[in-house]
Design a protein around this ligand. Structure first.
Ligand SMILES: O=C(O)CCC(=O)C(=O)O
Ligand SMILES: [Fe+2]
Length: 490
């Protein structure tokens, strides 16, 4: 048999799939608990033996026959007993178990992606570092916080990305926490993050920012405290070289905040509410069961439908999708599919032709008055940590078209509430829509000539809190021959 290929789990890319990690963490804790139990039993037995034997084991010639007999017996049978016991490895199954779960553990890439999610949330929503570390997101207190080690990890990743000012903030928050927690220094060292590491990073960051004398004085203090740490010495020599040659400080990365940040943070509507109305005209069916419809924009045409999918249907859809979630890919210039750092979501296509799918297809048809026989299947998406979909068009550029039929319209069904973040945003229109479970957003991607309308550029803002589920339907142009002329009267 061949080697089984270990697929990356992409934990940070779907909140739903993180359920698995909770299970693995429980397994790990069980293993550790059983391991300490097995060790403890032995420690107890050995300590008791040492205690009872100790007073007899004076280093003196045994001069009475009873003592002589006892020592011979002890070294004969007790010896064999202990030898046997030390050879036994009752924790072997535990070792097997801990090895078996190795392929499921998050990798360095998972940590980087999780970190990147946090970084994106912080930038998009302008969250202050100290608040974030305390679990305060957009002024809402969450029952979690980061500790000194996690802050140091974040600072290190930011240094890798050359975001030194942000890195400094995270490091300082981490340092304060560390200092408030001095008693646990041994524990930090055991986990590979001694206090000296914080000072080393402090020096590196201030070196890059050009505040080198500050870096130098802190480093000198650190070296006094931890003279055995060669990495501190090395950092000091590097610093001296940079002072001597007058190395230019790193340029601060300017990321200006604009309409994207604003409309991701709070709902944006370009004009006062256009209309809220019941749509009874799009199809015969709707005369009997009208849809609650809110007109968001006339040009490009965009509407929000309220309460179109029931909770029961949503549960069924999510259950259909759960097993099949894989990391979403995007088409590259050469036509191949690739993981995309600007699309942190997992998805799956609903290809079966069940009653439920037929009902949803009919709904999409009623919403749009478009023929969807030619449409792509429904795609269900679950977003990850800070999960987002960078700004893109749904229509294909002329060069990508080939024999494809272009995507005339897109419908996004919201399959969950998202407590914080996760709006769908159209930056060029200054328009954003926050998900509400059961509602659906519909817009036309092509203008009246059938060309792609650049104003439909859109993205999904990073999810802050919650597991964001959506279902999309990309509707193609080809089948719309006889329906298209009616669009203007919609
Ligand atoms: O998740 C969203 O809000 C938008 C999804 C989207 O743009 C797409 O799938 O094309
Ligand atoms: Fe899209």
């Amino acid at each position: 048999h061949g080697k089984t290929k270990i697929l990356r789990n992409n934990y940070a890319i779907s909140i739903h799939d993180m359920v698995k990690l909770i299970d693995y963490e429980h397994q790990l804790l069980d293993i550790l608990q059983n391991f300490t139990n097995a060790l403890q039993q032995r420690v107890d037995a050995i300590e008791y033996y040492l205690y009872t034997t100790d007073y007899e084991a004076e280093k003196k010639l045994p001069d009475d026959p009873i003592k002589s007999f006892r020592i011979i017996r002890r070294l004969h049978s007790d010896y064999l007993n202990w030898k046997w016991l030390m050879e036994q490895q009752p924790w072997e199954p535990l070792v097997k178990h801990i090895i078996a779960i190795a392929p499921h553990m998050p990798t360095l890439k998972d940590i980087e992606e999780a970190f990147n999610g946090l970084r994106l949330i912080q930038w998009t929503y302008s969250l202050p570092t100290a608040q974030m570390a305390e679990g305060v997101l957009q002024n809402i207190h969450h029952n979690t916080s980061l500790d000194a080690m996690q802050c140091l990890t974040i600072a290190r990743h930011l240094v890798k990305l050359k975001e030194f000012i942000r890195a400094k903030e995270w490091l300082m928050v981490g340092l304060q926490m560390h200092e408030a927690d001095e008693d646990n220094e041994v524990f930090y060292s055991q986990l590979g993050m001694p206090l000296s590491d914080f000072y080393e990073l402090f020096a590196e960051i201030h070196d890059e920012l050009g505040t080198r004398y500050l870096a130098m004085s802190e480093l000198r203090l650190a070296i006094k405290n931890w003279p055995e740490r060669v990495s501190l010495q090395r950092a000091l020599s590097r610093l001296k070289v940079n002072i001597r040659i007058g190395k230019e400080p790193a340029k601060a990365k300017e990321k200006s905040e604009g309409v994207y940040n604003k409309c991701c943070s709070t709902e944006c509507r370009p004009s006062a509410k256009l209309h809220c109305l019941y749509n009874t005209t799009a199809s015969y069916f709707l005369r009997l069961a009208p849809l609650k419809m809110e007109l968001l924009s006339l040009d490009p045409y965009m509407v929000l439908f309220h309460d179109v999918v029931s909770d029961k249907d949503i549960t069924s859809i999510r259950n259909l999708a759960k097993g099949g979630l894989v990391r979403a890919v995007t088409v590259t210039k050469d036509g191949s599919y690739e993981e995309d750092p600007a699309r942190t979501t997992k998805g799956t296509w609903l290809v079966e032709n069940s009653k439920l799918i037929q009902r949803l297809s009919q709904l999409a048809q009623d919403m749009t008055n478009l023929d969807i026989r030619d449409a792509d299947p429904f795609q269900v998406l679950n977003y990850g940590i800070g999960g987002y979909y960078g700004t893109h068009f749904d229509f294909l550029a002329d060069t990508e078209m080939g024999n494809f039929s272009n995507r005339i319209a897109t419908a996004v069904f919201y399959l969950s509430d998202v407590p914080q973040g996760g709006a769908t945003i159209f930056p060029k229109l200054g328009l954003s829509v926050f998900p509400k479970k059961g509602s659906a957003l519909l817009w036309y991607n092509l203008d009246h000539k059938g060309d792609g309308d650049n104003r439909t550029a859109h993205s999904a803002c990073p999810t802050i809190v919650g597991s964001r589920w959506v279902m999309t339907k990309w509707i193609n142009e080809r089948e719309q021959l006889f329906r298209r002329p009616c669009l203007t009267t919609l």
